[in-house]
Design a protein around this ligand. Structure first.
Ligand code: ACM
Length: 272
């Protein structure tokens, strides 16, 4: 697989400008899969739900969804990107996986971070797994990383590569993905944004960039700079994630002592 990580600097509330920026950033790139940050169409620090509703995509469409769909078709590639998603009266911090000629697959962020709780509804379904060119792809969004169950659940469902659109403001995640990847033997692409934003009535946020692809054995396969817009491609074989043997005697999933895990014993059932 050739994966493109596209680290952007969205301008708050400027959807058209942000879409143009993403078009420019990907113009000269060829890849099987393009991954963009969380809320990359709108920016992050929206304090009011009303501010977001007008800029949100809907499951049937929207400027942002249309832009990503065209990108997917013109590049003959899959696209994963994060944006606000309006579904009836509800508003989700969501991502989509688009594949040429296929129906979109949406994910609605399960674990809302800080003030996101004031504007978004929490996701209401498990993370989906979908196939593209024989690779099994999953999605989580930013703060979901803090909950190891999310990647483990996808690993139990056979994911090869977790796409992880992010707007990270803490310095921990990129390092922590070493553990998430190694304990599950999966690839994780964390695609973050750069720049700073302030809430109208509150704190300023500095986004930490450093988008990366973490390999299934903990090799950092690509890392972008901390403070700059950047895009780069990396070639790797996601199917190596199907080898869950850590040593000749240790299988990462089968060796779990689930009989002692109580409520954690239930394996996931994500379907496809
Ligand atoms: C985050 O979940 N955007 C930190």
């Amino acid at each position: 697989m050739r994966l493109a990580l596209v680290q952007t600097h969205p301008v708050l509330g400027e959807k058209k400008k942000n879409l143009k920026g993403m078009a420019r950033a990907t113009e000269s790139l060829e890849a099987d899969l393009f991954c963009f940050p969380e809320l990359c169409t709108t920016g992050y620090a929206m304090a009011e739900r009303d501010q977001i509703l007008d800029l949100a995509e809907e499951p049937e469409g929207g400027d942002g969804l249309e832009f990503f769909r065209e990108l997917s078709e013109s590049k003959n590639a899959a696209v994963v990107a994060g944006f606000p998603l309006r579904d009836g009266a509800r508003l989700f911090n969501a991502s989509v996986l688009l594949r040429p000629g296929e129906v979109p697959v949406f994910y609605r962020k399960l674990h809302l971070f800080a003030r996101e709780k004031q504007v978004f509804d929490a996701g209401d379904r498990p993370p989906p797994i979908a196939e593209f060119r024989g690779w099994r792809l999953g999605m989580m969004i930013c703060f979901d990383w803090v909950f190891p169950e999310v990647v483990r659940l996808m690993a139990l469902e056979g994911v090869d590569l977790v796409l992880h659109p992010s707007n990270l403001v803490t310095p921990y995640c990129q390092k922590a993905m070493f553990a998430r990847a190694v304990e599950n033997a999966v690839y994780i692409a964390t695609v973050n944004r750069v720049g700073a934003e302030s809430y109208v009535d509150g704190p300023s946020l500095d986004f930490t960039g450093t988008s990366q692809l973490m390999g299934h054995r903990g090799d950092l396969l690509l890392s972008l700079p901390a403070g700059e817009v950047a895009a780069a491609v990396v070639d790797f074989d996601p199917k190596l994630a199907r080898d869950k043997w850590l040593t000749d005697h240790n299988h990462l999933l089968d060796d779990r002592r689930v009989e002692f895990f109580g409520p954690l014993a239930q394996d996931g059932d994500l379907g496809t």
